[in-house]
Design a protein around this ligand. Structure first.
Ligand code: ZN
Length: 191
C-alpha cells in the first residue's frame, strides 16, 4: 500500500525503476540513499543528470558521445591511421578505448534501419579509410549485418575484418575482459 503524502518519493522510485537492470527493491534503496540518507549526494546526482542531459550529444561524424558537434576522436589528426572500427553502441567506443589498443576512427551503427550509408561513405572518404574492422560481438545476426555492410561499401575497395578470437558468441562487448578484447583485435580475421 502506498503511504499518503509521499508522492514525490514514489515518483522517484518509479523513475529509478525504469533504468536498465534496476528492480523495485534497488530503486527503493537508491531513493532512500539520495533523498533521506545523503541529501548532498542526491543534490549532486540531480545536478549531474541535468548537466549531462543538457551537454551530451552524439558526434555528427561517428555517432559517439561528445559535448561538441564533433568528438575528440574524430577531431584528432593523429588517429587517421586508415582504420575504421564499426561498433553497435556508443558505449562500445569507451570499452575499446579502455583497452588502449585501437588507434583509428569509429562509427556507431546501432541498426540497419537507422544507418545512413551516404554518411558512412563520406566518413570513409573523409578519413581516407583503408580497413574497416567490425567490432561486433560474434553472432549469426551480426555476421549477416557484416555481409550487408560489406556489400554496400564494396565500391570503395576496402579491407574488411572482424574481431573474433576469444570473444564469446552473442554477448555485448561490455561483458568481455580487456585481455580477451585486445587479443580479439590483434587476431582479427578477414571477412
Ligand atoms: Zn566522432
Amino acid at each position: 500500500m502506498k503511504i499518503r503524502n509521499l508522492e514525490s518519493f514514489y515518483t522517484l522510485v518509479e523513475a529509478l525503476e525504469k533504468l536498465p537492470s534496476i528492480g523495485k527493491k534497488s530503486a527503493e534503496k537508491m531513493a532512500y540513499a539520495i533523498c533521506v540518507e545523503n541529501k548532498a549526494l542526491g543534490n549532486k546526482i540531480a545536478q549531474s543528470i541535468q548537466n549531462a542531459n543538457q551537454k551530451i550529444c552524439k558526434c555528427k561524424w561517428c555517432g559517439g558521445l561528445s559535448e561538441e558537434n564533433e568528438c575528440q576522436i574524430c577531431q584528432e589528426e593523429e588517429r587517421n591511421n586508415g582504420e575504421l572500427c564499426i561498433v553497435a553502441h556508443p558505449r562500445d567506443i569507451s570499452i575499446i578505448e579502455n583497452i588502449d589498443f585501437f588507434n583509428g576512427k569509429y562509427f556507431v551503427l546501432e541498426s540497419l534501419e537507422s544507418v545512413d550509408f551516404d554518411h558512412l561513405i563520406s566518413l570513409v572518404t573523409h578519413h581516407k579509410i583503408k580497413e574497416v574492422i567490425f567490432g561486433f560481438s560474434p553472432s549469426l545476426a551480426n555476421d549477416a549485418l557484416i555481409l550487408f555492410i560489406e556489400d554496400r561499401l564494396k565500391p570503395l575497395n576496402l579491407r574488411f575484418s572482424k574481431i573474433a578470437q576469444g570473444v564469446p558468441t552473442g554477448i555485448g562487448l561490455e561483458h568481455i575482459d580487456h585481455l580477451s578484447l585486445s587479443s580479439a583485435f590483434k587476431g582479427r580475421i578477414k571477412v
